[in-house]
Design a protein around this ligand. Sequence first.
Ligand SMILES: NC(=O)C1=CN([C@@H]2O[C@H](COP(=O)(O)OP(=O)(O)OC[C@H]3O[C@@H](n4cnc5c(N)ncnc54)[C@H](OP(=O)(O)O)[C@@H]3O)[C@@H](O)[C@H]2O)C=CC1
Ligand SMILES: O=C(O)[C@@H]1CCC=N1
Length: 258
Amino acid sequence: MKVHIIGGGNLGVSIALGLSKFTTENQITITRRNTSSILYLEKLGTTVSTNNTHLIQEADIIILTIKPYQVDTVLSEIVPAFSNKVIASAVSGLSIENLQSKIGDSNTAVRIMPNIAAQFGASATCIAFQEQNKDKAQVVVSLFQTLGTAPIIDEKLMDAATVLAASGTAFALRYIRASMQAGIEIGFDWQTALSISAQTVKGAAEMLLEEKVHPEQLIDRVTTPQGCTIAGLNEMEMHGFSSSLIRGIKTSLKQIKG
Ligand SMILES: NC(=O)C1=CN([C@@H]2O[C@H](COP(=O)(O)OP(=O)(O)OC[C@H]3O[C@@H](n4cnc5c(N)ncnc54)[C@H](OP(=O)(O)O)[C@@H]3O)[C@@H](O)[C@H]2O)C=CC1
Ligand SMILES: O=C(O)[C@@H]1CCC=N1
């Protein structure tokens, strides 16, 4: 399959790297205006270009990973160059209706919300499309299933998905950083503390995904009565651990909704 990624920044490059690592049959093109920092992708077999329309008509999927304020400029440049294409947009806040009106009825708008773990085949990419475009959107779902999970969601939850699945990467990393900092205070060098903290989070996530149970069921297995874990958890909650995360996520959502 030919995948044409417009916007070779943080997210676009993560997707390109993930596709080059986890798939073999895809031909990937990635564009940005200043390509110097991403030319290394060519060594992995990805075509890097400043030309957004180069071979675009041959693409099976066009992926938009540009900032919201870049959308009109890019679309006015590329839309005259193709027809009958599936456009998967990761642009936060850009609705399917709005995108569809900009690309015309001959093309199909799909919304995707990946995260930068796509690079490691570990993204949670939420995908939304109009019911009548179900068949055409399947190609996008299949592609992102190779880069992690790809749940199909109602478009009205796309902003929530942006916060939970994309910003969520940063939130999880901040937890790991805090845990690492505590690890240094209790005796580890930062590299050892980081590897222990990161692996512990990975292990906890793997248990949840594997066992499909509520986190409290697993927490109960760790909290020995009168033990250190419950003492630490209760202290964290006293200082607003869960509520600060919940408030942060809701604030992020308000920021998207404007
Ligand atoms: N970062 C993330 O974790 C996530 C981001 N998103 C969304 O993805 C989008 C991109 O985010 P992010 O990757 O962080 O942003 P970046 O700024 O890192 O990437 C945007 C890229 O677009 C390129 N670009 C700008 N104008 C053009 C143009 N005319 N033609 C081609 N390329 C162009 C820029 O490069 P140059 O200036 O050289 O052209 C830049 O590399 C945003 O809408 C964001 O909301 C969604 C989920 C996760
Ligand atoms: O912070 C942002 O606005 C973008 C969308 C989600 C991740 N990065």
